[in-house]
Write a protein that binds this ligand. Structure first.
Ligand SMILES: NC(=O)c1ccc[n+]([C@@H]2O[C@H](COP(=O)([O-])OP(=O)(O)OC[C@H]3O[C@@H](n4cnc5c(N)ncnc54)[C@H](O)[C@@H]3O)[C@@H](O)[C@H]2O)c1
Length: 336
């Protein structure tokens, strides 16, 4: 505990805890979510509002899929921490805003610096207001270390593989320092290849699954960068389940100051992914292969034992089940 730990106090407004099950969260809290117009932010906001929580969304751009999420258009790199929100009753800050595409940040490293500034602005707002903080970090902090499965303590900043991974390591380091100096309660989640619902805005951000689905559906050729890549693909509902459990545990005071992998917990190759997509679409893909691009991780399978143990996280959707769900949603939206 750091020198300021005793100055920590609970926010005046706290969500109610159940009288019957002490420490168990009862709905009705307010979450400030940065990046609420993004894929994970949209899914998380909708899930929280559906159970009766209030969401205060912040993003640099409007939501492309729904108007239901209350969103203030703010650029976190351009405002001071005090300007993030004037609301009095925020129970948790979930910081998801970022430039989230690895290769894009290899080409534009200034966007990695923007990620660090975004994180500082949201984090320092949380510190000034004594609000528990959740950070959307990434498996990229591990670098390309080729472990059979990767547990949380394998992270080491000297393996920073790309400007994006450096920006997530910097964000994590700042959060750990705030936990230690100011007693700020936090959770850091390391996500991995999240796919499904609200990820089809390909003009803004090319993600491999919706991109391949669209191209294969149109009989267009696809290029797989890194035939040997094995990744841990996470269906978005599993990711959201983990974050919601984390919010409840953090706000309820049961779990804090932990760094947790959130993924499905098994590896699939890009070739597996292309085969499942092609089967679901009834197509024969036109595939060519190129080496993995600079900065890309080529093997990652998360050890999710910590998430299971601390949060009761229980992912439900293997890639073979998630891809058909994602494809159904792409059909409903007219993408294919
Ligand atoms: N989706 C994944 O597979 C994955 C994997 C690992 C980590 N993450 C991390 O999780 C978080 C959410 O990911 P996502 O897939 O929803 O990304 P996303 O790009 O869909 O959403 C990020 C949102 O942040 C917003 N944003 C960017 N800069 C901003 C700024 N300066 N001010 C305000 N808003 C800003 C963007 O407009 C966007 O809507 C990101 O931090 C990402 O790095 C995602």
């Amino acid at each position: 505990m750091g020198v300021f730990a005793r100055a920590w106090r609970l926010p005046a407004h706290r969500p109610q805890l159940s009288k019957h099950r002490p420490g168990v969260y009862k709905v009705g809290m307010k979450a400030l979510i940065t990046g609420s117009s993004g894929q994970i932010g949209t899914n998380l906001s909708i899930a929280l509002m559906a159970r009766g929580d209030t969401v205060d969304g912040i993003d640099i751009r409007p939501n492309a899929w729904t108007r239901e999420i209350p969103t203030r258009l703010l650029d976190l790199t351009k405002i001071k921490p005090d300007e993030v929100s004037s609301a009095k009753d925020i129970d948790v800050v979930v910081h998801l805003a970022a430039h989230a595409k690895v290769f894009e940040l290899v080409e534009h490293p200034d966007r990695a610096l923007a990620n660090v500034i975004d994180c500082f602005t949201a984090l320092d707002f949380a510190r000034r207001r004594n609000i528990p903080f959740i950070f959307g970090s990434s498996r990229e902090v591990y670098g390309d270390i080729h472990h059979h499965v990767t547990e949380e303590k394998s992270a080491d900043f000297v393996v920073a593989e790309s400007p994006y991974s450096a920006s997530k390591i910097a964000g994590e380091a700042m959060i750990y320092s705030y936990g230690s100096c100011y007693g700020l309660p936090y959770l850091v989640f390391r996500f991995s290849n999240v796919y499904g619902r609200y990820d089809n805005d390909l003009e803004r951000m090319e993600r491999v699954i919706p991109l391949f689905v669209r191209k294969i559906a149109r009989d267009e050729p696809i290029v797989v960068f890194g035939k040997e890549k094995v990744l841990d693909f996470t269906y978005v509902d599993d990711c959201v389940q983990g974050i919601v459990k984390g919010i409840d545990a953090l706000v309820g005071g049961r779990v804090q100051n932990e760094t947790i992998n959130l993924a499905y917990g098994s590896g699939s190759s890009l070739v597996d992914m292309v085969n499942i997509v092609s089967l679901a679409l009834g197509k024969t893909p036109k595939v060519s292969y190129e080496p993995a691009r600079p900065g890309e991780v080529t093997r990652y399978v998360a050890d999710i034992a910590k998430a299971r143990q601390l949060l009761g996280y229980d992912p439900q959707t293997p890639l073979s089940g998630g891809l058909p769900k994602a494809i159904n949603w792409y059909r409903q939206t007219g993408m294919i």
